[in-house]
Design a protein around this ligand. Structure first.
Ligand code: F6P
Length: 526
């Protein structure tokens, strides 16, 4: 049975939330903290090494009760079960949505059209493992007998963003290969990468679920032509691997059948790094670390599937997002990681959220009259504090933000880490509590600015009352990264269910592709 079709704005919880909003819009975070000394304890959740503090939000217990009632009224629980059990909830593409099955270690079978998909997932994992071990051990040789030093992932969108984010995030765990990513159709991007590699010691992974994506196939052809300047067609098998659900096109391209790893139509591109699309991650950090990332995601999956909404991290994240986007009319959400390793996280999440939930038609085929989707952006701390944070602290926009930090650094530099984390906590405190007129006044006086006091004062005040979520983890490990990514994937799901949209298609990207092809037919030289 398909997902239910419930217009969220016609639920009784929505009306109650609208009423509640009339008071909530004036909530002051500093007052909420004064009134409840246990606020952080009351509005925080721990799951393994992840601590989630959502106390700095414009919420009370009543808000959470109303938001979780909304989730219950649209039957989110039932939708979650359909999601995990493989029902075809991607109705517009007539597909199941089962990236969760890729990290499911249980023995419970999952059937698609009567066939248990678990064995094929196991086989694919085995293939990723054996290929990774062969390359890392040096058994896999290039066409001149040399061991492999470089890997180039050729793909775009979900076939690029997840792997490139995870390889960067986990480069502390890197074994020995240098990993490169070619995504853009910009030929300069391709040649800049080719400049850095040696054809004798490089493996190219052509990642394309469809194997028809114009950018990827054009890049793959250019790379093959470049490779064939040095080697022969008989050497392709030692250097080209494909990850695709279109085996026939991958073979036609010249890839040896034994070098083709599967992709399935029940895994969306933007959720595919857990499959063989993540081969470059496994090659970079080793299979055991790759598997740990999957295991971390499974911990979050089980938490999401089994925990009551009131203490369910992805459910609360999705609901808080609805609260801000639909009631406070916020337009964007920011994600700030206090580690350089997560510099690519916002880009990766942009596809996850914006390709999934940028929809204007509901599950009844009706044009939507309420806000859906949201602009996702972000950066790394402390760099972003020296650029755009001014707008969040004193600007006129309301931008809910997530702050992700780690208790321990990976290289053990305590001095740097103390400064980094002092900034991490300072930002959420400054956003929430600001600086009062009295504080600003006193500060100006102390600094001897008495003569300019009245003219400067308005500019020195921080109104505060800006909401943020804090995520504090022990350290950045493959397992913790897996938990974080899975958490955001489920947040996307929760939003989509409540907004009554289909989150797993992406027809909106098609028109531009069609027109580009037409333009090419008209003037191929340009
Ligand atoms: O154009 C959008 C898109 O279809 C994404 O959804 C997908 O991740 C990307 O292109 C790449 O698709 P493929 O893996 O089929 O090359």
């Amino acid at each position: 049975m398909a997902l239910k079709n419930i217009n969220p704005t016609q639920t009784s919880a929505w009306s109650k939330l609208q009423e509640h909003f009339l008071q909530a819009k004036d909530f002051q975070l500093n007052k909420l903290f004064q009134l409840n000394k246990n606020r952080e304890k009351d509005f925080s959740i721990s799951l393994e090494e992840l601590y989630f503090d959502y106390s700095k939000n414009h919420i009370t217990n009543e808000t959470i009760n109303l938001l979780t009632s909304l989730a219950k009224e649209v039957d989110l629980k039932n939708a979650i079960e359909k999601y995990f059990s493989g029902e075809k909830i991607n109705v517009t593409e007539n597909r199941a949505v089962l990236h969760t099955a890729l990290r499911d270690n249980s023995d419970t079978p999952i059937y698609i059209e009567g066939k248990n998909i678990k064995p094929s997932i196991k086989t694919s994992l085995k293939k990723i493992k054996s290929l990774t071990n062969k390359v890392l051990s040096g058994k896999w040789k290039g066409y001149t007998g040399k061991t492999i030093t470089d890997v180039v992932n050729v793909g775009i969108g979900g076939s690029d963003l997840g792997p490139s984010m995870a390889v960067e995030a986990l480069k502390f765990y890197k074994k020995k290969l240098n990993t490169h990513f070619i995504s853009n159709i910009d030929g300069d991007h391709v040649y800049e990468t080719l400049k850095k590699i040696n054809p004798e010691t490089t493996i190219f992974i052509i990642v394309s679920k469809s194997f028809t994506t114009h950018e990827t196939i054009t890049n793959a052809n250019t790379i093959r032509d470049w490779f064939l300047k040095y080697a022969t067609v008989f050497d392709l098998a030692k250097h080209f691997i494909a990850v695709s659900s279109n085996i026939e096109l991958a073979i036609n391209f010249g890839i040896d059948k034994k070098n083709i790893l599967p992709m399935w139509n029940w895994v969306g591109g933007r959720f595919s790094l857990w499959s063989a699309v993540g081969l470059s991650i496994s090659l970079s950090i080793g299979f055991n670390n790759f598997k740990e990332m999957l295991d971390g995601a499974e911990i979050m999956d089980n938490h999401f599937r089994d925990t009551d909404f009131e203490k369910n991290i992805p459910v609360l994240l999705g609901l808080l997002s609805i609260w801000y986007l639909n009631f406070f009319s916020c337009e964007s959400e920011a994600i700030f990681s206090y580690t350089q390793y997560l510099s690519k996280l916002p880009k990766f999440l942009q596809q996850g959220f914006m390709e999934s939930n940028g929809k204007g038609v509901d599950r009844n085929g009706q044009t939507i009259t309420y806000q859906t989707g949201c602009v996702i952006w972000g950066g790394v701390g402390a760099n972003m504090q020296h650029s755009f944070m001014q707008l969040l602290h004193q600007g006129t926009k309301m931008i809910p933000s997530d702050f992700i930090g780690f208790k321990e650094p990976l290289h053990g530099n305590k001095n740097h880490h103390e400064i980094l984390m002092a900034n991490f906590h300072a930002q959420t405190q400054a956003l929430a509590f600001g600086k009062t007129v009295q504080e600003a006044h006193l500060e100006l006086k102390t600094h001897g600015k008495i003569s300019d006091l009245s003219s400067l004062l308005p500019y020195k005040i921080f109104k505060g009352n800006k909401q943020s979520n804090t995520f504090l983890l022990d350290k950045l490990t493959p397992k913790n990264l897996g938990m974080l990514i899975s958490m955001y994937e489920h947040k996307v799901f929760v939003q989509g269910i409540i907004w009554n949209i289909y989150s797993f298609d992406q027809f909106g990207v098609e028109l531009g592709k069609e027109l580009a092809l037409k333009n090419l037919e008209k003037s191929p030289a340009n």
